[in-house]
Ligand binder design. Sequence first.
Ligand code: GDP
Ligand code: IMO
Ligand code: MG
Length: 426
Amino acid sequence: MKVDVLLGLQWGDEGKGKIVDVLAPKYDVIARFQGGPNAGHTLEFDGIKHVLHQIPSGIFRSKTRNIIGNGVVLDPVVFKTEIEKLAKFNMDVKANLFISKKATLIVPTHRLLDQAYEKAKGDQKIGSTLKGIGPSYQDKIGRQGLRVGDILSPEFDAKFKKLTDIHFGILKNHSIEYNWSEMEKQFSEAISFLKSFNLIDSEYFINDELKKNSTILAEGAQGSLLDIDFGSYPFVTSSNTVTAGACTGLGIAPSKIGEVYGIFKAYSTRVGSGPFPTELLDQDGERMRKEGNEFGSTTGRPRRCGWIDLPSLKYSIMINGVTQLLMMKADVLSSFSTIKACTHYQLADGSITETMPYEFVNQKIIPIYTELPGWETPLSGTDETNLPTNLLAYVAFLEKSLGVPISLISIGPDRSQTILREINKP
Ligand code: GDP
Ligand code: IMO
Ligand code: MG
């Protein structure tokens, strides 16, 4: 068997949590491979909305085992809170959750450093979720980070002190307020809690499962345009959010990658700072935010909204090797009489391109649009047989432009509001 990968093609929040939950019954194992509590993955079923930050989105399916892979940064405090929230749902979370000993730990000073660095950047700030993502990956790459497996060592306290002393040395040059004794107490309780979980060598676990022909889905966090190498740098997150990240973040060989599900919204959103060529600062953008309930799942910040951006989607499809597209939130466009799709960019020198320019941040990019008629019909109660003609025309237009079939259309936040399509190669 191979590992299928599901990842976001835009700036995150495409609806990954919902679809991983929908697909989970097909999979024996779901594995997160990068990112950390900056992620907010929403699942809705039985009238309840759940938002997961650290835990893979297969956790609500009793037969699915979930892995937090080595590429993830794990905040034990967030993890404990998240597990405690699930307690009332009577699930055997401990039996179905496995954590890589090689995952990097987020310590409380990472969160403080995140704040300090953002503050120092002033109006150039990234708009980080302030969960300590950048500083913890910095320590990992700087070869001084702590890993989950270290919590089992008798020297853990000394290692923790050594790392946080380095952080305090930096923090003394920044004016950040905090109550360290409270933070340390919380962290220490969370570490004891984390010790009671299955801490494993997840690369062996996953490769053994592959040998046993188990089905495995790797769940991406963030989106390709936030990737540290390929995103709108420096307005990105600090990990490889692309398919290749699943190899390094789980210990699977590139030859073991199977389907790559690329998930995108029927329009675009972005939360935090950075370029967004198709952003709408008018009534249409406001309408998308309202209809799509576009407020951050992790921070509650309003998401910036705009039309779909095909040059960036094509780029994401190329980098990820996407084999199937999944289109989310079609219902949000139901009230628009005209749908616009950006097919090309006009650059500062007047040239027109359909590729992503290196200078994505430091030049004004004007989107060039094609217009399509809207469907102007609510989608509740529709299925594959009675989707509005203009919605099908939009889907056909996207398939043709992007060169990849759209195998799923999502028409609402609930598990059940999902239309699976026969794949027709465009
Ligand atoms: P993720 O980070 O990719 O998992 O996405 P988020 O959970 O942060 O954001 C997606 C939001 O859209 C959540 O509030 C979902 O409940 C919601 N959602 C997902 N699919 C649909 C859909 O097809 N229609 C609508 N209206 N909402 C959706
Ligand atoms: P999911 O998995 C949307 C954005 C932040 C900020 C930038 C860097 O829910 O799709 P970080 O905290 O990583 O240092 O922030 O990336 N960002 C996300 N935007 N969805 C996410 O995750 C995000 N995770 C980080 O807003 O602009
Ligand atoms: Mg999200």
